[in-house]
Design a protein around this ligand. Structure first.
Ligand SMILES: C[S@@+](CC[C@H](N)C(=O)[O-])C[C@H]1O[C@@H](n2cnc3c(N)ncnc32)[C@H](O)[C@@H]1O
Length: 265
C-alpha cells in the first residue's frame, strides 16, 4: 500500500516540470481552454469554489482573475508552492486560499465552509480510492444547486490504445484496462482509478442531478503524445474543433471526459 506521503512526494518530484510538459504545451492549453468554457459558464464572480488536486494552480488563478474566490487543495507541497507563486505574480493571492490536503482528507471534511461549486481538473480525481466518500462530502459542502465539475482521465481512450499498440507497447496500450492500474511517476508506482461515466452517474445519483457528460480529447493525441500537436498546431487546431463538436456523442471516452452535475436542492 502506498501512503499519502509517498504519493505526494511522487508528485513533488514532477511539480517543477509539470507546466512545461503539460500546462504550457499547445495541447495542454487547448484542452484547458475547453474546460474553462464550462468553468466560466458555471462559476461566477463573488462565488466560492473548491479546486480539488489543484496542481500548479492554473485554474485557481484563472478563476480568481475572474473574481471567483477559490479554496485550492493538493496533496503535494511542491505543486502548491508553484501555485502560490503563480497567484502572487498574477496579483490574486488574496482571492485563493491554498491548503495541503489529500482528496481523502477532503472527503473527511478537511476544508471548512460551504461552496457554490467544486471541480477537479485533469485527472486529480483519478487518485481517489473512495470516490463515493468524496461525493458524499461534496454533497454536504456544496450549497443547493452548487455545480460539480469533474475532469477525470477516462477508462477508454481508443487513440491511446492504438498509438501504443502501433509502437508495440501492449502493456501501456492496456494500462487503463488493468485490474489494479498504476501511474508510473519518476519510477514510483502510484495506484490510480479510472471511473467510468456510469460509475460517476451512479455515485452522484442520490445527491446530484446530472447536467452533462462529454469527451475531452477523443480525436486528439493523448497527453503523452502532446508533442504531435506542437509539431502540427494548425492541423490539430482543426481536429480540436471537430473533437469539441463531437464531444457529447463520445461521452465518457477519450483521454479525459467532463462530467457536470448540480447538487440537488
Ligand atoms: C495531473 S495533476 C492535475 C493538476 C491540476 N488539477 C491541473 O489541472 O493541472 C494531478 C494532481 O493531483 C495531485 N494529487 C495526487 N494525488 C493526490 C491525492 N491523493 N490527493 C490530492 N491531490 C493529489 C498531484 O499532486 C497533482 O497536483
Amino acid at each position: 500500500m502506498v501512503s499519502r506521503a509517498q504519493e505526494a512526494s511522487a508528485f513533488d518530484a514532477v511539480a517543477r516540470d509539470y507546466d512545461r510538459t503539460f500546462t504550457f504545451t499547445t495541447l495542454g492549453r487547448m484542452l484547458r481552454a475547453r474546460v474553462w468554457e464550462h468553468l466560466a459558464e458555471h462559476f461566477k464572480a463573488g462565488e466560492r469554489v473548491l479546486d480539488l488536486a489543484c496542481g500548479t494552480g492554473e485554474d485557481a488563478v484563472w478563476l480568481a482573475q475572474r473574481g471567483v474566490r477559490v479554496a485550492a487543495a493538493d496533496a503535494s507541497g511542491a505543486m502548491l508552492d508553484i501555485a502560490r507563486a503563480k497567484a502572487a505574480q498574477a496579483g490574486v493571492g488574496g482571492k485563493i486560499s491554498f491548503l495541503r490536503a489529500s482528496i481523502k482528507q477532503i472527503a473527511h471534511g478537511a476544508v471548512p465552509g460551504r461552496f457554490d461549486g467544486a471541480f477537479s481538473n485533469f485527472g486529480g480525481i483519478n487518485t481517489a480510492r473512495d470516490l463515493s466518500a468524496l461525493v458524499r462530502r461534496l454533497y454536504l459542502d456544496l450549497k443547493p444547486r452548487g455545480k460539480l465539475i469533474l475532469v477525470p482521465m477516462s477508462r477508454l481512450c481508443p487513440l491511446e490504445i492504438l498509438t501504443f499498440l502501433a509502437g508495440g507497447n501492449i502493456r501501456q496500450a492496456l494500462r487503463r484496462q488493468r485490474l489494479n492500474p498504476v501511474a508510473e511517476i519518476r519510477g514510483r508506482k502510484i495506484p490510480i482509478y479510472f471511473p467510468s461515466g456510469r460509475d460517476l452517474r451512479r455515485q452522484t445519483a442520490s445527491g446530484f442531478k446530472l447536467l452533462s457528460v462529454e469527451s475531452l480529447g477523443f480525436w486528439l493525441p493523448p497527453t503523452d503524445f502532446g508533442h504531435w500537436v506542437d509539431a502540427w498546431p494548425r492541423l490539430f487546431s482543426l481536429v480540436n474543433q471537430f473533437d469539441r463538436a463531437t464531444s457529447s456523442m463520445m461521452g465518457a471516452s477519450g483521454d479525459h471526459f467532463i462530467f457536470i452535475a448540480e447538487r440537488k436542492p
